[in-house]
Design a protein around this ligand. Structure first.
Ligand code: GLU
Ligand code: ZN
Length: 497
């Protein structure tokens, strides 16, 4: 049996997370690939919320999903808050649709009630395993007679609804992995409705893909084993006239590996999208990196914009091999995007990190004009936006930040003498970066020190840290009085230490 696939102009893809917990980077990679595919083809991205598991789904998680997609700029064409012709887009609002389809499947003989208890299933599965037989559902309730059903009911048994898998292999061409075949003994009849009547993911996901006329299913490799089941269900739906009768094409995106070559798990702290947002990753930086998890725009090219990704994205170029999540590379790519921003945009992007709760200074101590002078110097040095706070705090705090390691490193024996000389030189210098540099150079010469060594105690005295923005521009902005007062305070501390 061959399944019709859609032409490019009709592309309809979906991003359909379950609202459980916080969004993670693997999920966002899936959203991104679907979005890029839809945009590349001028198609439609459907955003569907798979909230049929009341025990695990939460409203908070739902709101976070929407908020995350908005922050990332991954817009959707149909779904929550924008609606569309195939709604509603929250599965919790589609219960009647599923009940109706489940009934049709049973009437058509594509599904049947299964009265086996989980204890009975366990015992039989164990026996099959011992005898080396396939251990999926054994089909016991496939052809129950009306009398057998009545007897089970009389016993007070409840039943689930099971989908009847065809007794033939299922073959499909995965857009990433090529042709795949699943033997019938490995894909057995499976539950689609719980004993309490609640429809399962196994039913609602393909039913909605059919009803929403999804043409391409791009999703994580972890779902590959459910694909032959879904294809069989699709074919049943087509026979029942549910949906437009076409089976979507499937493409399974490679696993994302974390530390120690283990699959990156949702619970991995590195996996949480919120973490990246709070550290001040740029959406374009993070998405650029996530796009590399299984795809590449060209050999030897890591940095590109989302528009460039859209123009180039082809699912056929996705690599089936597991992708490794490399935080260092993710940071480096973000830093490049930060550097490439126009300065005014960078200044605006820094804003949240210059205020409570991130900024350690009193709100009235903040000086926007002074910040804007330093911003271009900071822009080339940040990995993430939140780094801005420590880079400029010397300007807005009453006293420099205390960093013991920096102090210990810069204030070794002898530092006091250099600092004292530097103080004298600085006090006599014109208050411009160039003259301040001359002053510290001269102080260094007196002690036989190069500029780098001579400026270290000055930097720590004034900013609290051994690393930071170019020192002399910083001193110029800080001003003579505050600079000298800080050097004096450091000298006092050194003298009494
Ligand atoms: N709600 C499913 C999940 O989050 C969607 C799987 C799919 O894309 O088919 O795992
Ligand atoms: Zn059964």
């Amino acid at each position: 049996m061959t399944d019709a696939t859609a032409t490019a102009k009709d592309v309809r893809v979906r991003f359909c997370p379950s609202p459980t917990g916080n969004p993670h980077v693997g999920l966002i990679r899936t959203a991104l690939f679907n979005w890029a595919f839809a945009r590349h083809h001028g198609g439609t991205l459907v955003f569907r919320i798979e909230d049929t598991d009341a025990a695990r789904d939460s409203e908070e998680s739902y709101q976070q999903l929407l908020d995350s997609m908005r922050w990332l700029g991954l817009d959707w064409d149909e779904g929550p808050e924008v609606d569309g012709a195939y709604g509603p887009y929250r599965q919790s609002q589609r219960t009647e649709i599923y009940a109706d389809v489940a009934a049709k499947l049973q009437e058509g003989g594509f599904a049947y009630p299964c009265y086996c208890t989980s204890e009975e299933l366990d015992v039989r599965r164990e026996a099959a395993r011992k005898e080396g037989r396939a251990s999926g559902y054994d089909g016991r309730c496939r052809d129950l007679t009306a009398e057998q059903i009545a007897a089970f009911e009389a016993e007070g048994r409840t039943h689930i609804v099971r989908f009847r898998m065809p007794d033939e292999a299922i073959t499909f061409t995965d857009l990433v992995r090529g042709e795949l075949t699943f033997a019938p003994e490995n894909v057995t009849d499976y539950g689609i409705v719980r004993a309490n009547g609640a429809p399962l993911y196994t039913l609602v996901n393909p039913v909605d893909d059919a009803l929403m006329e999804i043409t391409h299913v791009l999703r994580g490799e972890d779902l590959l084993s459910s694909t032959p089941r879904q294809i069989a269900l699709y074919r049943a739906l087509a026979q029942l006239g549910v949906g437009n009768g076409a089976t979507p094409a499937f493409g399974h995106l490679p696993y994302v590996m974390g530390e120690g070559n283990k699959k990156l798990s949702k619970r991995d702290p590195q996996a949480s999208l919120n973490l990246y947002r709070e550290r001040g990753f740029l959406p374009q930086g993070l998405l650029n990196y996530l796009s590399l998890l299984g795809w590449s725009i060209a050999e030897d090219r890591d940095i590109f914009s989302l528009d460039e990704m859209i123009a180039a994205f082809d699912i056929a170029d996705v690599n089936a091999n597991p992708a490794r999540f490399d935080l260092k590379k993710c940071e480096a790519i973000n830093a490049t995007h930060l550097r490439e921003m126009p300065v005014p945009e960078f200044v605006t992007a820094c804003d949240p990190w210059l205020r409570a709760p991130y900024a350690p200074w009193a709100p009235e101590a903040f000086d926007q004009a002074a910040f804007e002078e330093l911003a271009p110097l900071a822009q080339t040095r940040l990995t993430v936006l939140s780094d801005i706070t420590a880079n400029v705090d010397f300007l807005f705090l009453d006293e420099p930040a205390e960093d013991e390691a920096s102090w210990a490193k810069a204030m070794k024996p002898g530092a006091e003498d250099v600092l004292r000389t530097a103080r004298t030189q600085l006090a006599g210098a014109g208050w411009k970066a160039e003259s301040l540099k001359e002053a510290v150079l001269a102080a260094g010469e007196e002690h036989g020190l190069k500029l780098g060594k001579a400026q270290a105690p000055v930097r720590v005295a004034v900013t609290g840290r051994t690393v930071g923005l170019p020192l002399f521009e910083s001193l110029e902005l800080l001003g003579r009085d505050r600079t000298l007062a800080r050097v004096d305070a450091a000298l006092t501390k050194l003298g009494t230490a």
